[in-house]
Design a binder for this molecule. Structure first.
Ligand SMILES: *[C@@H]1O[C@H](CO)[C@@H](O)[C@H](O)[C@H]1NC(C)=O
Ligand SMILES: *[C@@H]1O[C@H](CO)[C@@H](O)[C@H](O)[C@H]1NC(C)=O
Length: 405
């Protein structure tokens, strides 16, 4: 769309919004950072919805699915009142805003605008509210009456609908506590000591990590233990084999430990494969037969890089969209690089007339418009900084419809 058309769309749009804003109300939604949220379209059930667009700014009411900020994290399901849902996954700070939607029905051809949802996000934090009572605190009230789960020294305790937990005062002051919400146990709060700073506690630097197949990852944690116990060793394990990962045959030569800093441990895994995706748990061994596992552990996801081409066979003058994808993005924040016949397209706009980086989604999609016969070839993509890990190639075929080509 060129600027002139964009301008007139905007004017028409604002004009039509003015009439509906007054009747709209906004609902609040509060979710955990890193989790996902469903927002349900409040469409009258008597009409049949034919088209829905969710957006988050009145100035730019375009489909969220085209916004690179939400790449791969936005999903619509259904177009009926019952299951018209916007789902945003892997929620992050930059998603905090108000979401609106517009829709068309089989009765009117014009867009109708409906009220939105204001999204707030929170982390979980354990706080002591009375002498023997802890609370799992949030900065907004979580939507959907969550069930809380408490962990004592990494061991799961009972579930409760109340965010509060009473611990026994006579109990050992070496205990640490953390809390989670059912269904999102990996997003548990950091563990806190009920007294002092030297209880049994492991804190992972990150709780979820996404990395590319073939690359290297460092996973680390810091830990404390009661001063009456002296550290004798430590190792990482997964639930599948609860022994030191260095003894698993599939990790031979790929795992290294690093204990350079006191109370801090790093494990490096090289040449990652999808089979390395797992929950990794740190275990501390001390004198007096003290052993402590930092549960829940750290989730590592190893992803492939894939190129999608749509369509793969075109006539000259048509348009092709290429998208580069990974199955997870947490911590990856990728910038993609494109290749044609193994040559990188470093300065696409000047070297290729027909190659336009889409202004909206430039970072993960490449648009060839209009396609010429020279664009035919094998395309692949990579993540900047990890250029040696290429996606599988996709072949673009350009059909000739003129005698000259
Ligand atoms: C992992 O840690 C080592 C040592 O601190 C560092 O040299 C290396 O760059 C790190 N690798 C990654 C992928 O972060
Ligand atoms: C593209 O890939 C196909 C199949 O892998 C191969 O036959 C063809 O020669 C490649 N084309 C170019 C231009 O590299």
């Amino acid at each position: 769309m060129d600027l002139r058309t964009a301008g007139s769309v905007l004017v028409v749009f604002l004009w039509s919004v003015a009439g509906v804003l007054g009747q709209n109300t906004v609902k609040s939604v509060c979710a955990l950072k890193g989790s996902s949220v469903d927002m349900r379209c409040p469409v009258p059930s008597v009409t049949q919805v034919t088209e829905i667009v969710w957006f988050n700014t009145w100035l730019n009411p375009y489909d969220l699915r085209w916004d690179p900020k939400y790449d791969g994290r936005v999903e619509y399901s259904g177009t009926t009142e019952k299951d018209c849902i916007l789902r945003i996954t892997d929620l992050r700070q930059s998603d905090i805003t108000t979401y609106h939607f517009r829709y068309k029905t089989n009765q009117y051809s014009e867009w109708k605008y409906s009220y939105g949802f204001t999204l707030s996000l929170t982390d979980l934090k354990v706080e002591r509210i009375y002498d023997n009572t802890l609370t799992c605190s949030t900065t907004c009230t979580l939507t959907g009456n969550p069930t809380y789960i408490w962990y004592k020294n990494g061991q799961r305790l009972d579930e409760s609908t109340s965010p509060q937990y009473k611990y026994s005062v006579s109990s050992n002051y070496d205990n640490s506590y953390s809390c989670a919400v059912k269904g999102h146990e990996d997003l548990h709060s950091p563990a806190v000591c009920v007294q002092g700073h030297n209880c049994w506690r492991v804190t992972y630097t990150k709780r979820r990590i996404c990395v590319l197949k073939g690359s290297t990852v460092n996973i680390s944690c810091s830990y404390t233990h009661p001063t009456s116990y002296i550290e004798q060793g430590s190792f990482w394990f997964t639930q599948k084999h609860p022994v030191d990962v260095r003894s698993y045959p599939e990790y031979t030569g790929r795992v290294e430990y690093n204990r350079n800093t006191e109370n801090h441990h790093t494990m490096t895994i090289t040449h990652l494969t999808e089979k390395d995706s797992a929950e990794y748990i740190f275990r501390l061994i001390t004198t007096k037969e003290g052993r402590f596992s930092g549960l829940p552990g750290l989730m590592l996801t190893v992803t492939d890089i894939l190129l999608e081409m749509d369509p793969t066979s075109v006539s000259e003058g048509e348009r092709v969209t290429l998208r580069c994808r990974t199955q997870c993005t947490v911590g990856l924040n990728p910038t993609y690089i494109w290749y044609k016949n193994r040559q990188s397209l470093t300065n696409p706009v000047t070297s290729y007339n027909s190659l336009i980086l889409d202004p909206v989604t430039s970072y993960n999609s490449l648009i060839l418009d209009p396609v010429s016969s020279e664009d035919a070839g094998n395309y692949s993509c990579a993540v900047e900084g990890l250029e040696r890990i290429l996606s599988p190639e996709e072949t673009l075929t350009v059909r000739c419809e003129y005698m000259e080509c």
